[in-house]
Design a protein around this ligand. Structure first.
Ligand code: ADE
Length: 423
């Protein structure tokens, strides 16, 4: 661990700080909503006195969020929420900005939890998560911190599901805001963010042609839908696998072929898991895949592709390109695993574009503000952000894009609830 002035940190290489600052500048130029929140609250300092511990991918977009939290008065400590998603240049720049940052690309599991623990040394009043590992860690190892913690926020669908289960069992010891559930988060980040960044990750790791390929997406939730949409646009034949009838029907009506994975495994050229569930691709699938099949994951955890199965079937392995490992099986077939089965969009590319993270992180900022204001009055459980905030975030975004809206007249407003008029 090192220090700048009084601030402790651990990053890969401080010499990368200048490159990191340029990346953050680029992201700031694409994130008008967060920048307007920064300007609005710089004077008032509504987060003064708050110590925020964050556990979320260390990217240029996250740096814009961190700077905005700091500008509003908070002290911040941070770790990455995935061993392969930290941008080392951005981490170095943040260390030089007196952020207690403990993050580097390629952490092992021990270093991952060591980093989370260092952010907890600073006794946070608020926690900010993507995947809920920080909240789980506080509950499992540091319950003494409950007395200081007012509340937390959670970014992902997977994290929110687990926190709801924890709350239902009466085990969640502080209020958590489900940032994922804001419309300006899930309807944009999950769909367009995941759609573009996952294809970006697959392309950077492989440079293959999508046109004419069978692209199999496991899961047709918001993330799967975005990936299917973009793969279709790139000329692939898209196949979705699903366990939920309504989701399968939506895929079908979007022109996506639907079939069980046992069948899709035999015909797919490129596989992408986007389910949030474990064991989506297992031994019996690898047994029937075509020679040259590419397998990747964009779900939060690295359990969707069963790596134990794949490794047991592998007779030889070699890294062909960054984030692309060739597994040769006993019968000579080759399967290409991307980014060790971790989220391909962050491990092999740069995550979602700044423009969508702008809205996701405006919601994170608003969650911290809400907790600082009224967290002490909220019950221990999972809460949502008020709907008006979605409209405000969308309005600022549209304004920045120079897009105008129509306004209902008073007469039209009355008409909407007038049950005396029919045909
Ligand atoms: N999750 C997905 N994309 C991201 C990004 N660019 N920054 C932080 N978290 C992300």
């Amino acid at each position: 661990m090192s220090t700048t002035t009084e601030t402790p940190f651990k990053v890969a290489d401080l010499d990368l700080a200048d490159e990191g600052r340029r990346l953050i500048d680029w992201a700031e130029s694409r994130m008008p909503v967060l920048m307007s929140l920064r300007e609005k609250f710089a004077q008032e300092q509504p987060l003064a006195g708050q110590r925020i511990a964050g556990c979320l991918h260390v990217t240029k977009e996250t740096a814009v969020l961190i700077r905005t939290l700091k500008a509003a008065g908070a002290e911040v400590a941070w770790s990455g929420c995935n061993p392969l998603s930290t941008n080392d240049a951005v981490a170095a720049a943040l260390a030089e900005e007196d952020i207690r940052i403990y993050a580097w690309y390629g952490q092992d599991v021990d270093a991952f939890y060591w980093s989370i623990d260092r952010t907890l040394d600073f006794r946070p009043t608020l926690t900010l998560d993507d995947g809920a590992d920080l909240i789980f860690r506080v509950h499992a190892k540091h319950p003494g911190l409950f007395e200081d913690i007012i509340g937390g926020s959670e970014e992902t669908t997977t994290g929110v599901h687990r926190l709801r289960a924890m709350a239902d069992d009466g085990k969640l010891a502080y209020p958590v805001i489900a940032v994922n559930d804001a419309e300006t988060k899930w309807d944009f980040d999950n769909v367009y963010g995941t759609g573009q960044s996952s294809l970006d990750g697959i392309l950077r790791a492989t440079s293959v042609l999508f046109a004419g390929k069978n692209f199999v997406v496991a899961g047709y939730g918001h993330c799967g839908k975005g990936c299917a949409m973009r793969a279709k646009g790139a000329g692939a034949h898209v196949i979705a696998t699903e366990v939920k009838a309504t989701a399968a029907l939506k895929a079908l009506l979007e022109g996506v072929q639907v079939m069980p994975m046992d069948e899709a495994a035999k015909v797919g050229d490129i596989f992408l898991t986007a389910t949030g569930m474990k064991d989506i691709l297992v031994k019996r699938h690898f047994e029937t895949m075509k020679d040259g099949a590419i397998v990747s994951n964009t779900g939060h955890y690295d359990c969707e592709i069963n790596l134990t199965d794949l490794n047991e079937m592998t007779v030889s392995k070699r890294t062909l390109r960054d984030n692309c490992v060739e597994h040769t099986l006993a019968d000579g077939r080759r399967i290409y695993l991307l980014a060790e089965g971790r989220l391909v969009n962050l491990a092999a590319a740069e995550g979602h574009p700044s423009e969508v993270m702008d809205m996701s992180f405006a919601n994170q900022f608003q969650a911290m503000m809400m907790l600082a204001r009224e967290g002490k009055d909220l019950a221990n459980g999972v809460h949502e952000l008020p709907e008006e905030l979605d409209q405000e975030i969308a309005r600022i975004k549209l304004e920045a894009m120079g897009i105008g809206l129509d306004q209902l007249t008073e007469d039209q407003v009355l008409y909407a609830t007038d049950y005396s008029q029919g045909t």
